[in-house]
Design a binder for this molecule. Structure first.
Ligand SMILES: Cc1cn([C@H]2C[C@H](O)[C@@H](COP(=O)(O)OP(=O)(O)O[C@H]3O[C@@H](C)C(=O)[C@@H](O)[C@H]3O)O2)c(=O)[nH]c1=O
Length: 181
């Protein structure tokens, strides 16, 4: 497995080692020991989530606050998504910056989004299944978000705005300034 730290400290891209043979492929999608060693972490994932979405579906930007903050290890099982992680750690030198990465069923890349980040994605393929691990439980009361098209963050979602499918909850999210500053 290859691990690359992004320009946002603590946010990593993971490329698993894929074993291919005449039957197909095999890879370890998660190995706690190797993961924690490679990322120099002591994380413990306690909730797994899966979502199915169609092309143009945009989910985000989401985070949980306080004791409910979550780190996430995200991968795509089917299709292709553009995944976005935004550094919302006020004390961070990269506060307000984001990274985007295509996660696909072919490249099998994973992104580790640490606590203190907002996360979102948009589906670029006809359909996509996203699977992710969280190191803290879902807590509705601590759910927060930032509007996807915030002008300060200025995220390039790669799809025309009119093609996006967004939940009512996400359409009403506040700006970066309102949410964080
Ligand atoms: C996230 C979550 C949702 N739910 C419920 C609440 C709601 O009725 C339904 C759908 O929830 P949402 O609309 O919030 O789902 P979704 O918009 O897919 O939320 C997810 O978005 C991505 C970008 C993330 O980073 C995740 O952490 C999570 O916030 O599922 C749970 O029961 N457990 C969970 O962990």
């Amino acid at each position: 497995m290859t691990v690359i730290e992004t320009k946002l400290k603590g946010c990593f891209i993971i490329e698993p080692t894929i074993f291919k043979d005449k039957r197909g492929y095999f890879f370890e999608s998660f190995n706690e020991q190797k993961f924690n060693e490679a990322l120099n972490l002591n994380s413990r994932f306690i909730q797994d989530n899966e979502s199915f979405s169609t092309k143009g579906v945009l989910r985000g930007l989401h985070y949980q606050t306080g004791n409910s903050a979550q780190a996430k290890l995200v991968r795509v099982v089917k299709g292709k998504v553009l995944d976005i992680a935004v550094d919302i750690r006020k004390e961070s030198p990269t506060f307000g910056q984001y990274i985007s990465i295509e996660l696909t069923e072919e490249n099998k890349k994973q992104i580790f989004v640490p606590r203190g980040f907002a996360h979102g994605f948009v589906v670029l393929s006809d359909t996509a299944i996203l699977s992710y691990k969280c190191d803290n439980f879902y807590n509705k009361e601590s759910e927060e978000g930032i509007i996807y098209n915030d002008t300060t963050l200025n995220i390039d979602w790669k799809l025309p705005p009119e093609s996006l499918i967004i939940s009512e909850k996400d359409i009403d999210l506040p700006s970066f300034e309102e949410a964080i500053l």
